[in-house]
Ligand binder design. Structure first.
Ligand code: MG
Length: 256
Protein backbone atom coordinates (compact mmCIF):
# COMPACT_ATOMS: atom_id res chain seq x y z
CA UNK A 1 0.00 0.00 0.00
CA UNK A 2 1.30 3.48 -0.86
CA UNK A 3 2.03 5.66 2.18
CA UNK A 4 -0.81 8.09 2.90
CA UNK A 5 -0.51 11.53 1.38
CA UNK A 6 -2.90 14.26 0.34
CA UNK A 7 -3.00 15.82 -3.12
CA UNK A 8 -4.75 19.18 -2.92
CA UNK A 9 -7.06 20.47 -5.67
CA UNK A 10 -6.21 23.71 -7.53
CA UNK A 11 -9.06 25.43 -5.65
CA UNK A 12 -7.63 24.30 -2.31
CA UNK A 13 -4.12 25.30 -3.35
CA UNK A 14 -5.31 28.84 -4.13
CA UNK A 15 -6.68 29.14 -0.58
CA UNK A 16 -3.63 27.44 1.00
CA UNK A 17 -1.30 29.78 -0.90
CA UNK A 18 -3.14 32.79 0.53
CA UNK A 19 -3.17 31.43 4.10
CA UNK A 20 0.56 30.64 3.84
CA UNK A 21 1.40 34.13 2.63
CA UNK A 22 -0.63 35.71 5.44
CA UNK A 23 1.15 33.49 7.97
CA UNK A 24 4.56 34.47 6.58
CA UNK A 25 3.67 38.17 6.89
CA UNK A 26 2.62 37.71 10.54
CA UNK A 27 5.87 35.83 11.24
CA UNK A 28 7.98 38.60 9.68
CA UNK A 29 6.08 41.44 11.33
CA UNK A 30 6.32 39.75 14.71
CA UNK A 31 10.06 39.08 14.34
CA UNK A 32 10.56 42.74 13.40
CA UNK A 33 8.55 44.02 16.38
CA UNK A 34 10.02 41.68 19.03
CA UNK A 35 12.35 43.43 21.48
CA UNK A 36 14.40 42.41 24.51
CA UNK A 37 12.53 43.48 27.64
CA UNK A 38 9.17 42.22 26.37
CA UNK A 39 7.67 39.24 28.15
CA UNK A 40 6.87 36.21 26.01
CA UNK A 41 3.22 36.80 26.95
CA UNK A 42 3.41 40.29 25.40
CA UNK A 43 4.85 38.71 22.26
CA UNK A 44 1.96 36.23 22.22
CA UNK A 45 -0.57 39.04 22.60
CA UNK A 46 1.09 40.98 19.78
CA UNK A 47 0.89 37.89 17.56
CA UNK A 48 -2.81 37.64 18.41
CA UNK A 49 -3.33 41.23 17.26
CA UNK A 50 -1.33 40.75 14.06
CA UNK A 51 -3.28 37.57 13.24
CA UNK A 52 -6.64 39.27 13.96
CA UNK A 53 -5.67 42.12 11.63
CA UNK A 54 -5.34 39.65 8.74
CA UNK A 55 -8.92 38.47 9.22
CA UNK A 56 -7.64 35.01 10.11
CA UNK A 57 -7.44 33.13 13.40
CA UNK A 58 -4.63 31.30 15.20
CA UNK A 59 -4.44 27.70 13.98
CA UNK A 60 -2.65 26.69 17.20
CA UNK A 61 -4.93 28.23 19.85
CA UNK A 62 -6.98 25.44 21.43
CA UNK A 63 -5.35 22.82 19.18
CA UNK A 64 -5.37 19.87 21.62
CA UNK A 65 -5.89 22.57 24.23
CA UNK A 66 -2.82 24.69 23.39
CA UNK A 67 -3.41 27.99 25.22
CA UNK A 68 -1.31 30.45 23.19
CA UNK A 69 -1.71 32.29 19.88
CA UNK A 70 1.65 30.95 18.77
CA UNK A 71 4.58 28.92 20.10
CA UNK A 72 7.48 30.92 21.56
CA UNK A 73 10.56 28.90 22.49
CA UNK A 74 13.72 30.48 23.91
CA UNK A 75 17.27 29.08 23.91
CA UNK A 76 17.15 25.45 25.16
CA UNK A 77 13.41 25.30 24.43
CA UNK A 78 12.91 23.51 21.12
CA UNK A 79 9.23 23.96 20.27
CA UNK A 80 5.73 24.40 21.76
CA UNK A 81 6.70 27.09 24.30
CA UNK A 82 3.82 29.15 25.71
CA UNK A 83 3.97 32.91 26.23
CA UNK A 84 4.34 33.74 29.95
CA UNK A 85 4.12 37.02 31.81
CA UNK A 86 7.04 36.02 34.08
CA UNK A 87 9.50 35.35 31.25
CA UNK A 88 11.27 38.45 29.97
CA UNK A 89 13.12 38.14 26.67
CA UNK A 90 16.79 39.01 27.16
CA UNK A 91 19.10 40.63 24.66
CA UNK A 92 21.31 37.56 24.25
CA UNK A 93 18.42 35.08 23.88
CA UNK A 94 17.52 33.28 20.67
CA UNK A 95 13.79 33.29 20.05
CA UNK A 96 11.89 30.68 18.03
CA UNK A 97 8.43 31.66 16.88
CA UNK A 98 6.13 29.10 15.27
CA UNK A 99 2.97 30.55 13.76
CA UNK A 100 -0.14 28.96 12.30
CA UNK A 101 -2.95 30.99 10.78
CA UNK A 102 -6.30 29.72 9.57
CA UNK A 103 -7.81 31.81 6.81
CA UNK A 104 -10.73 30.93 4.55
CA UNK A 105 -10.61 27.29 5.68
CA UNK A 106 -6.95 26.88 4.80
CA UNK A 107 -3.90 26.89 7.04
CA UNK A 108 -0.41 28.36 6.95
CA UNK A 109 2.36 27.11 9.28
CA UNK A 110 5.86 28.54 9.50
CA UNK A 111 8.64 29.04 12.04
CA UNK A 112 11.79 31.07 12.47
CA UNK A 113 14.55 31.48 15.06
CA UNK A 114 16.03 34.95 15.47
CA UNK A 115 18.34 36.85 17.78
CA UNK A 116 18.98 40.48 18.68
CA UNK A 117 22.75 40.61 19.05
CA UNK A 118 25.88 39.01 17.61
CA UNK A 119 25.94 35.45 18.94
CA UNK A 120 28.92 33.27 19.93
CA UNK A 121 30.29 31.07 17.15
CA UNK A 122 28.48 27.89 18.24
CA UNK A 123 25.09 29.65 18.26
CA UNK A 124 25.85 31.12 14.84
CA UNK A 125 26.59 27.59 13.63
CA UNK A 126 23.27 26.42 15.10
CA UNK A 127 21.24 29.15 13.40
CA UNK A 128 22.99 28.94 10.06
CA UNK A 129 23.10 25.13 10.04
CA UNK A 130 19.38 24.85 10.79
CA UNK A 131 18.51 27.40 8.09
CA UNK A 132 20.68 25.57 5.58
CA UNK A 133 19.14 22.23 6.56
CA UNK A 134 15.71 23.67 5.81
CA UNK A 135 16.74 24.98 2.41
CA UNK A 136 18.60 21.80 1.45
CA UNK A 137 15.59 19.73 2.50
CA UNK A 138 13.36 21.89 0.34
CA UNK A 139 15.73 21.60 -2.63
CA UNK A 140 15.35 17.80 -2.43
CA UNK A 141 11.53 18.03 -2.56
CA UNK A 142 11.23 17.44 -6.27
CA UNK A 143 8.36 15.72 -8.03
CA UNK A 144 9.11 11.98 -8.29
CA UNK A 145 11.45 11.97 -5.28
CA UNK A 146 10.35 10.58 -1.91
CA UNK A 147 9.92 12.04 1.55
CA UNK A 148 13.11 10.11 2.36
CA UNK A 149 15.05 12.43 0.05
CA UNK A 150 14.00 15.49 2.06
CA UNK A 151 14.90 13.72 5.32
CA UNK A 152 18.28 12.64 3.94
CA UNK A 153 19.16 16.18 2.81
CA UNK A 154 18.24 17.68 6.20
CA UNK A 155 20.15 14.97 8.06
CA UNK A 156 23.26 15.34 5.90
CA UNK A 157 23.33 19.10 6.48
CA UNK A 158 22.80 18.72 10.24
CA UNK A 159 25.72 16.28 10.40
CA UNK A 160 27.92 18.59 8.37
CA UNK A 161 27.31 21.33 10.95
CA UNK A 162 27.69 18.84 13.85
CA UNK A 163 24.17 19.54 15.12
CA UNK A 164 21.85 17.16 16.98
CA UNK A 165 18.57 16.20 15.27
CA UNK A 166 15.41 16.15 17.39
CA UNK A 167 13.61 12.94 16.44
CA UNK A 168 10.39 12.99 18.47
CA UNK A 169 8.90 15.82 16.38
CA UNK A 170 8.78 15.92 12.60
CA UNK A 171 7.53 17.91 9.62
CA UNK A 172 4.17 17.10 8.11
CA UNK A 173 1.64 17.58 5.37
CA UNK A 174 -0.50 20.70 5.84
CA UNK A 175 -3.05 22.85 4.04
CA UNK A 176 -6.63 22.21 5.06
CA UNK A 177 -5.80 20.59 8.40
CA UNK A 178 -2.83 21.72 10.47
CA UNK A 179 -1.34 18.23 10.41
CA UNK A 180 -1.97 16.04 7.39
CA UNK A 181 -0.10 12.97 6.14
CA UNK A 182 2.67 12.29 5.37
CA UNK A 183 5.13 12.87 8.21
CA UNK A 184 8.40 14.48 7.12
CA UNK A 185 11.16 13.35 9.52
CA UNK A 186 14.47 15.21 9.77
CA UNK A 187 16.37 11.89 9.74
CA UNK A 188 16.41 8.76 7.62
CA UNK A 189 15.82 5.16 8.55
CA UNK A 190 12.06 4.70 8.36
CA UNK A 191 11.74 3.68 4.70
CA UNK A 192 11.43 5.99 1.75
CA UNK A 193 7.98 7.38 2.66
CA UNK A 194 5.46 8.88 0.28
CA UNK A 195 6.34 9.66 -3.31
CA UNK A 196 6.23 13.41 -3.98
CA UNK A 197 3.60 14.50 -6.46
CA UNK A 198 2.25 17.86 -7.63
CA UNK A 199 -0.43 19.18 -5.29
CA UNK A 200 1.17 17.92 -2.09
CA UNK A 201 1.81 20.61 0.55
CA UNK A 202 4.50 19.85 3.11
CA UNK A 203 5.93 21.62 6.14
CA UNK A 204 9.69 21.03 6.24
CA UNK A 205 10.90 21.96 9.72
CA UNK A 206 14.32 20.96 11.04
CA UNK A 207 14.65 21.20 14.84
CA UNK A 208 18.39 21.02 15.54
CA UNK A 209 20.47 21.36 18.69
CA UNK A 210 24.00 22.15 19.83
CA UNK A 211 23.99 18.95 21.88
CA UNK A 212 22.23 15.63 21.90
CA UNK A 213 18.92 14.81 20.20
CA UNK A 214 17.22 14.02 23.53
CA UNK A 215 14.31 16.25 24.59
CA UNK A 216 11.74 16.38 27.40
CA UNK A 217 8.32 17.98 27.83
CA UNK A 218 7.93 20.51 30.67
CA UNK A 219 6.07 18.81 33.51
CA UNK A 220 4.24 21.89 34.72
CA UNK A 221 2.84 23.28 31.44
CA UNK A 222 2.82 19.92 29.60
CA UNK A 223 3.74 21.63 26.31
CA UNK A 224 7.19 23.21 26.25
CA UNK A 225 9.77 20.86 24.70
CA UNK A 226 13.35 21.40 25.96
CA UNK A 227 16.66 19.75 25.28
CA UNK A 228 17.60 17.37 28.09
CA UNK A 229 21.19 18.58 28.19
CA UNK A 230 20.18 22.27 28.27
CA UNK A 231 22.01 23.00 25.00
CA UNK A 232 20.37 25.56 22.71
CA UNK A 233 18.12 24.62 19.83
CA UNK A 234 16.82 26.25 16.62
CA UNK A 235 13.73 25.68 14.48
CA UNK A 236 12.94 26.90 10.97
CA UNK A 237 9.88 25.90 9.00
CA UNK A 238 8.57 26.59 5.53
CA UNK A 239 5.46 25.29 3.85
CA UNK A 240 6.12 24.10 0.33
CA UNK A 241 4.02 23.03 -2.63
CA UNK A 242 5.26 20.13 -4.74
CA UNK A 243 4.97 21.05 -8.42
CA UNK A 244 6.09 19.31 -11.60
CA UNK A 245 9.20 21.53 -11.51
CA UNK A 246 10.90 23.14 -8.50
CA UNK A 247 9.10 23.08 -5.15
CA UNK A 248 7.33 26.37 -4.47
CA UNK A 249 7.96 27.93 -1.03
CA UNK A 250 4.54 29.17 0.06
CA UNK A 251 5.84 30.96 3.19
CA UNK A 252 8.68 32.86 1.51
CA UNK A 253 9.59 36.17 3.15
CA UNK A 254 12.20 38.84 3.78
CA UNK A 255 13.79 38.06 7.14
CA UNK A 256 15.41 34.64 6.74
MG1 MG B 1 4.59 22.55 11.56
Amino acid sequence: MAPARIIHSPEEIARIRRAALITASVRDDLAALARPGMTTFELDRLAGELIARTGGTSAFKNYYGFPGNLCISLNDEVIHGIGRDDVVIKEQDIVSIDIGVKFDNAIGDTALTFSFVEQPDDVKRLLQGTREALMEGIAAARCGAFVHDISAAVEKCAKRHKLGIVREYVGHGCGIQLHEPPQVPNYTGSGRGARLEPGMVLCVEPMLTLGSESVKVDRSDKWTVRTRDGKWSAHYEHMILITDKEPEILTWQKTM
